[in-house]
Design a protein around this ligand. Structure first.
Ligand code: SF4
Ligand code: SF4
Ligand code: SF4
Length: 188
């Protein structure tokens, strides 16, 4: 078991490192674009503590494919065998059959790590930002899945149409050089 936990810890460390590097890269690109094309030095972002995963993020974006995607805070995840963000209510079987999955687009990849741990990864190309997995994880799990505006996609509209439709006031403007509000991390 000690060996298992060490492996999990190493995986988490690697994931967090990759995540931090990815966001840093996107932040740098965004900073460049923002400086070049807009007077504003703020961008839209979702406060994951306030979002109620209502579904509007999938349908109210001006883009045909929403700029909002699900992301995963691996440090908060329980690596559960039965993930309530992955499996629909009362699945017929605990396997990756499409009929057992909650995600309507099959965007969550379930990978066996070591008994009894499974890792859940979001394929952002498939994610439509519907938030179904977020609601499941928040209601019955650790809340490690959450929604974020992806700044490689977002147009940074003056009036974000999702923000106008958001029932919980979760959209806010944040500094362009700190464009993500990540769960389990210091946002200051
Ligand atoms: S359930 Fe919705 S928000 Fe979650 S990964 Fe699938 S498409 Fe994205
Ligand atoms: S600012 Fe515009 S592009 Fe970005 S999430 Fe809102 S509606 Fe979509
Ligand atoms: S519209 Fe607001 S409450 Fe609904 S999923 Fe988007 S951020 Fe969350």
């Amino acid at each position: 078991m000690t060996e298992n936990k060490n492996n999990i810890t190493r995986r988490r460390f690697l994931r967090e490192s990759v995540w931090g590097t990815l966001l840093g890269g996107l932040g740098a690109i965004l900073g460049f674009v923002t400086r070049r094309s807009r007077a504003s030095d703020t961008v839209w972002q979702i406060d994951p503590e306030t979002c109620v995963a209502c579904g509007n993020c999938a349908t109210y974006c001006v883009l045909e494919e929403s700029a909002v995607k699900c992301v995963h805070a691996y440090a908060m995840c329980g690596y559960c065998t039965i993930c309530f963000g992955f499996f629909g209510p009362e699945p017929a079987n605990i396997n990756t059959g499409a009929e057992n999955q909650l995600c309507p687009t099959g965007a969550i990849i379930r990978t066996f790590v070591e008994d009894p741990y499974y890792e859940y990864t979001i394929d952002e190309k498939l994610c439509n930002g519907c938030g179904k997995c977020v609601k499941g994880c928040n209601t019955f799990g650790n809340g490690s899945l959450f929604l974020q505006v992806r700044h490689d996609r977002c147009l940074n509209c003056n009036e974000c149409s999702i923000a106008a439709a958001c029932p919980s006031g979760a959209y806010k403007r944040v500094p362009a050089d700190k464009p993500y509000l990540l769960k389990g991390m210091d946002h200051a």
